[in-house]
Design a protein around this ligand. Sequence first.
Ligand code: NAD
Length: 356
Amino acid sequence: MAWKVTVLPGDGIGPEVTDEAVKVLKASGADIEFEFALVGGAAYDASGHPLPEETVEACKRCDAVLMGAVGGPRWDKLEPVTLRPEVGALLPLRRELGLFANLRPAKTMEALVHASPLKDGRNLIDLVVVRELTGGIYFGTPRGRRDDGNTAFDTCVYSRDEVRRIAECGFQIARTRSNRIVSVDKANVLETSRLWREVVEETAGVYQDVSLSHLLVDNCAMQIVRDPSQFDVILTENMFGDILSDIASMATGSLGLLPSASLGSAAGTRTFGLYEPVHGSAPDIAGQGRANPLAMILSAAMMLRHSLDSADHADRIENAVESALCERLRTADIFENDTKLVTTSEMGDAVVAKLV
Ligand code: NAD
């Protein structure tokens, strides 16, 4: 029976890069039935809400969700804030689907080693950020609010169980890589971080074969810029993971290259997940054929591996991406002298042509 994938193209460059990922998935021969649904500003324009009930239902009845990106200046000032694409669609969708684990790999592509701002061997990056996705300050109750014009607050909350399940996910991923994990927190200041560290230490007792170290988040940010090649698995909470994964991604050369997976149960077994590029809807380049579709295409490959039991198809797509880059084809964000500038859909076509 065919796998069922719900596709949420979203806004800005979301539909452009999603088209290319669907094109590549179809050409890969993976047995998938696609269902399309609206999310974000596009859904708000059509139905008055950024996350319509039909979209949530479509996500709940499939094996995996492939999402572009949401948001843009047209919807940034909507009131109440729950009508805005990120607050009203992204966060509740993660909650509704129980997606507590966010995997963000950052890996240097051989052909793009010069695109990294880091030089001299410090640019050979192959790490994954395992980020907790449904807790912490983005979801704390009481919800963030303003008491008066001059005072605002947000609440950071973590329970022992929330920390334990993401820690287990991190240790399991470390076992599939180099058996090393760095847990990142701010335990010198935050009580939630002290609980985080305590639970991660307890979990480490069950994974004696994995070596654990701790870093404070400010030091970790500095270390990623100083020498990202020292990291393999970085385990961290929601907001720290959001920021650190963007720093790590840029060290590979472009935000347009980085995929992500949001999973509902520990990785390693087939599981439901939502797959999307790390980047946003890039309204500044939307509609111009300038978006790099590779992050989206690599997200589709992660989907094949983690949710659709199709690691072979995932390998073929990842190899095809590397081959297209080795032919010196580049979208505008990674263009250099002596390379050939291609549009979003030409890059998708090139990946299809390289599938073997
Ligand atoms: P962004 O990631 O959309 O863009 C940042 C910069 O990177 C821009 O200059 C953009 O042109 C470039 N860029 C991003 N993706 C690219 C790609 N695939 N190819 C080439 N260049 C690319 O971040 P932003 O500008 O801060 O946010 C724009 C909108 O996206 C906002 O409304 C924001 O809320 C939303 N957003 C959505 C998500 C999501 O849907 N998961 C994530 C982040 C931001």
